[in-house]
Design a protein around this ligand. Structure first.
Ligand SMILES: Nc1ncnc2c1ncn2[C@@H]1O[C@H](COP(=O)(O)OP(=O)(O)OP(=O)(O)O)[C@@H](O)[C@H]1O
Length: 322
């Protein structure tokens, strides 16, 4: 098994009285996209700042590419790239000049910087706009240029902070394709985002932070299967059939929830066989099904459930100490 690019063990960070992170442990391998989710103030930035050597932990350890971030920051910085919501692009310069400037600052010769800029302009689909000032770029182009700047040194680990904020759906989808390609080529990506759809599409692994603690972790599929609920929605021709269906489904051991106004019944599906049971029960009762849809749980469901649980826990603690 390849060595993890990021290894975090019992990480904690306090700012005076504020405990921003508590006992965070995680590992991220090469080519893996880790989605870091959490509400405002959950500790996402604190975690990324420590991994990117912008801040030191107060307890525990974090290693990036084998280097302890607190002791060997200069080595860590040689392996990482960053992009943020506030782009690092200089508007007054062309896309090419932006890339060349950063490459030169990182120590490349003029020829090396020129070659790297050309390579990145091609990969990030910016060749045609290469010699235009960045001020004339669309939001999607700027974000692609920002990503290209973050990739100049060919980092093993890239930190992406809400990469698709403010982008239209087409630009966002293009950006997601690029991020997926970077991961396929082996770059480890730490993606902090509030967009669950973004995490669902890009992340191989997710950690959810709340109050500085990891409250859930795993693949998006595992999180959804563990917390979310599949639901069937069945439409009937009229209110009479809907009433009858509620009785039939209740008798079959289900918990139907009816909306008589639209002649529909919603049924939570707890077991994999429930959908067959549902159809058999309705069919045996001679009830005509006008429409049947099954809604899969989303990361939003997981997130809302976790947030609610964290709030309830906090309320209990307040109740106990009052
Ligand atoms: N420099 C600081 N001094 C004091 N407290 C801080 C500092 N930086 C962060 N905090 C506190 O630490 C906690 C975690 O903040 P952090 O910025 O990591 O959260 P976040 O999840 O990134 O939030 P957001 O989504 O709003 O960026 C918050 O309570 C915040 O107020």
């Amino acid at each position: 098994m390849p060595r993890p690019r990021i290894e975090v063990t019992g990480l904690g960070k306090s700012y005076g009285q504020v405990q921003a992170l508590t006992d965070v442990s995680l590992q991220v391998g090469p080519g893996v996209v880790l989605g870091v989710l959490g509400h405002n103030g959950a500790g996402k930035t604190t975690l990324v700042d420590i991994l990117a050597t912008r801040s030191k932990p107060t307890s525990g350890t974090a290693k990036v590419c084998g280097w302890d971030v607190a002791r060997f920051g200069h080595h860590v910085r040689r392996h990482i790239g960053m992009t943020s919501q506030f782009t690092s692009v200089d508007d007054t310069m062309t896309g090419r000049a932006n890339l060349m400037l950063v490459a030169r600052l990182l120590g490349a010769s003029r020829k090396q910087a020129d070659d790297r800029a050309e390579e990145l302009l091609t990969s990030f689909d910016l060749t045609e706009a290469a010699d235009r000032k960045a001020a004339t770029y669309s939001g999607g182009m700027r974000r692609r240029l920002d990503l290209a700047v973050g990739m100049i040194a060919g980092p093993d680990v890239l930190f992406l902070d809400e990469p698709s904020t403010g982008l239209d759906p087409v630009s966002r989808s293009g950006l997601w394709d690029l991020v997926e390609k970077l991961a396929k080529d082996g770059t480890t990506i730490v993606l902090t985002t509030q967009y669950l759809e973004e995490a669902d599409r890009l992340a191989h692994d997710i950690v959810v932070l709340a109050g500085g603690h990891v409250v859930a972790s795993g693949t998006p599929e595992r999180l959804k299967a563990g917390i979310g609920q599949r639901t069937a929605s069945v439409r009937f021709p009229d209110a009479r059939a809907t009433h009858y269906a509620v009785g039939v489904l209740g008798y079959a051991g289900m918990t139907p929830l009816a909306d008589f106004g639209i002649c529909a019944v919603q049924i939570p599906l707890a077991e994999p066989g429930d959908i067959a049971l549902l159809v058999r029960a309705l069919d045996s009762a001679g009830l005509p099904i006008m429409d049947l849809t099954v809604t899969e749980p989303t990361l939003d469901d997981v997130y809302v459930a976790l947030h609610r649980a964290a709030q309830e826990k906090a309320a209990q603690v307040v109740g106990q100490t009052a």
